[in-house]
Design a protein around this ligand. Structure first.
Ligand SMILES: Cc1cc2nc3c(=O)[nH]c(=O)nc-3n(C[C@H](O)[C@H](O)[C@H](O)COP(=O)(O)OP(=O)(O)OC[C@H]3O[C@@H](n4cnc5c(N)ncnc54)[C@H](O)[C@@H]3O)c2cc1C
Length: 344
């Protein structure tokens, strides 16, 4: 295992922020962890485990050890008549795991196609898209305690999943390295195509769903046509989470803002943060959507996506995010919460 010094992280974060790590190391197999935990550079410095860097904002050089996760391997643990248990090492590319599943005809993660990043980061924010969430199919998470190297298996309930949230983003933030996850996928059809945009796309293109790959292809096509590609315009997807409030509070808001965009969920109401950002701006009567300041800005078609036009710093993105948060709060009394992990 080779420790590199003063390592350039520009290509390892999809925001393309130009920062360096004091120390940098890549792990390729689970055995490497044993060696890693004994390293002086590991023991004496702060650490950051990095996957695809697609949900992270670096503000400055990282004064510690960055560990790039490349643990590979996907295996079938157990097969039953209607379901299958699949274990994936955490350094696998998330979409490769989706492709493995749909190519074998398994159901459960096809709606999560083409989400950037690694398998190991997926439980951290309980990735979700097109009406599905990782938490719906996750069986367990294997992880190593960073302070002492002890291995632990978390059951689904122990992960404390919520909307773009888990125990690994809260109580146990930065305390565990996720080495593998196990999913329970379906072998018989359980399609989930009620999400509005997906349903519309399938209807318009007259696509009949015969297998999970059909769903995966449709989701991938929608994502390609809609979402800004970080390779062309650096970004980290939605910068903010949507906002959940109680149904009664929504009624009160609708009396003041009848056009407010929201979605009814089982227990609460989800307000579109994109709409809130679109309706607010740097000055009265302007909108943040398409706003640019220096090298950073808000995407012209996606108010939730902050972008780096080239040469932008993490500080610039963070300042813009704070200005947006303040203006939305002033106008609507609602607090935006970042989805992206900000590394200070
Ligand atoms: C264009 C675009 C679209 C996106 N669309 C979606 C979407 O539809 N739905 C969605 O949920 N997300 C979406 N995202 C966000 C992102 O893809 C996910 O959050 C993804 O899971 C991040 O994976 P990563 O490997 O890049 O994580 P990183 O950015 O490398 O890390 C994110 C956080 O997880 C921690 N972490 C990473 N790996 C581990 C590990 N093995 N153990 C412990 N901690 C770890 C890191 O330290 C960091 O705090 C999108 C991002 C982009 C750029």
């Amino acid at each position: 295992m080779k420790i590199l010094k003063n390592y350039d992280l520009t290509k390892l974060n999809t925001f393309g922020i130009s920062v360096r790590a004091k120390f940098f190391v890549e792990i390729k197999q689970e055995l490497d962890l044993k060696e890693l935990f004994l390293l002086r550079e590991f023991k004496e410095n702060k650490k950051l485990f990095l996957g695809g860097g697609s949900n992270i904002l670096f503000i400055k050089d990282f004064d510690g050890l960055v560990v790039l996760n490349k643990l590979q391997g996907i295996e079938i643990l157990k097969e039953e008549t209607e379901s299958i248990l699949i274990k994936s090492m955490s350094g696998e590319i998330w979409h490769d795991l989706v492709s493995f599943a749909v190519d074998h005809g398994y159901w459960g993660i096809e709606n999560l196609s083409l989400i950037p990043g690694t398998v190991g980061a997926a439980p951290v924010q309980n990735i979700g898209a097109y009406g599905a969430e990782l938490g719906n199919v996750l069986e367990s998470v294997e992880a190593y305690q960073i302070s002492n190297g002890a291995k632990r298996v978390f059951s689904k309930s122990e992960c404390e999943f919520g909307y773009r949230d888990s125990i690994f983003k809260n109580k146990l933030k930065g305390k565990y390295f996720i080495s593998a996850i196990t999913l329970k996928l379906g072998k018989i059809e359980r399609k989930n195509i009620s999400y509005k945009v997906l349903k519309e796309y399938l209807r318009k293109n007259e696509i009949e769903i015969k297998n999970s790959k059909n769903v995966s292809d449709a989701v991938a096509e929608i994502r390609r046509s809609k979402l800004p590609d970080p390779a062309l315009i650096p970004n980290a997807g939605s910068f903010f989470k949507n906002i959940f409030i109680e149904k009664e509070k929504m009624q009160a808001l609708l009396e003041i803002y009848p056009k407010m965009s929201y979605f009814e969920e089982e227990m609460a109401v989800k307000i579109s943060s994109a709409w809130l950002i679109e309706q607010s701006g740097p000055e009265n009567g302007t909108s943040w959507k398409g706003y640019r300041v220096g090298n950073v800005g808000v995407h012209e078609h996606h108010a939730l996506v902050l972008v780096n036009y080239g040469g932008g710093t993490g500080e610039e993105i963070k300042n813009l995010a704070e200005q947006i948060t303040t203006s939305v709060f002033r106008k609507f009394g609602l607090k935006l919460v970042p989805e992206v992990n900000i590394v200070l």
